[in-house]
Design a protein around this ligand. Structure first.
Ligand SMILES: Cc1cc2nc3c(=O)[nH]c(=O)nc-3n(C[C@H](O)[C@H](O)[C@H](O)COP(=O)(O)O)c2cc1C
Length: 218
């Protein structure tokens, strides 16, 4: 079954990029996954790690950061970073995560949908990362940006768009897949992303496209 409910088994499967051998040369290329749920071991984490595993199989270096348990305050709009190139807020977990974002060649940002939007901690991280990077120029330019949103019922596309717009205003390149990179979760906070086979097929193809794009651009 493909993303449109049609019986198209081939869609989103198979190796469309270079072989795993060819990707081995890209072991220094870093794909960073950020899990933006306040919950550990939830659906967001499962999905981001799922893509990281597929990309690692192709020979890329991967790293995962969970925002669960971290404190990242919202941007205070003090404009201090315009002077120094660094966020003026200290004492929370922003700096180390931002440092890894700067290092990465590709950013996979996963978010749960909370009241129709990306999670507050994801948006706090992205706001501060983008604003404080401006002084140095376009540090995210031509990095690969990958959004993933997961919800029980509604709001995926809005949250996905929030992530997408962040990638686009930061001059990043976004690979597509055979469907929007969203997944369905069960009721009551079920940790069941693995049951959404259609989403996983979409993410399989997404991983192919991430590898293909990195190979072209790195
Ligand atoms: C505060 C809060 C708000 C939520 N809002 C929505 C929503 O607007 N739409 C929806 O379909 N699911 C909503 N959910 C359900 C989550 O999106 C869903 O459980 C998702 O799998 C959470 O990801 P996680 O397992 O990584 O935490 C909400 C959950 C919480 C805790």
């Amino acid at each position: 079954m493909d993303a449109y409910g049609l019986n198209n088994e081939g869609m989103g499967k198979g190796q469309v990029g270079a072989s795993a051998e060819a990707h081995k040369a890209f072991g220094n290329v870093l794909v960073l996954g950020i899990g933006g749920s306040p919950r550990q071991s939830g659906n967001t984490e499962y999905l981001v790690k799922y893509v990281l595993e597929r990309v690692a199989e192709k020979g890329f270096r991967t790293e995962y950061i969970s925002l669960s348990g971290k404190v990242i305050h919202p941007c205070k709009a003090c404009y201090g970073c315009r002077e120094t190139g660094r966020c003026t807020q200290k004492g929370d977990d922003f700096e180390p995560v931002y440092a890894r974002m700067r290092e990465a060649d590709a950013l996979i940002v996963g978010s749960p949908v909370h009241y129709g939007s990306a999670s507050p901690i994801v948006m706090s991280l992205l706001d501060r990362a983008a604003f404080s990077s401006r002084k140095e120029g376009r540090i995210f330019s031509r990095k690969v940006g990958v959004p993933i949103a997961v919800a029980r019922r509604a709001g995926h596309n809005f949250a996905l768009a929030q992530l997408l717009y962040w990638f686009l205003i930061n001059d990043m390149i976004v690979p597509g897949s055979t469907y929007w990179t969203v997944a369905l979760a069960g009721a009551g906070g079920a940790r069941d992303a693995a049951n959404d086979r259609e989403a996983l097929a979409t993410l399989d193809h997404l991983a192919e496209n991430i590898a293909w794009l990195l190979e072209k651009t790195r």
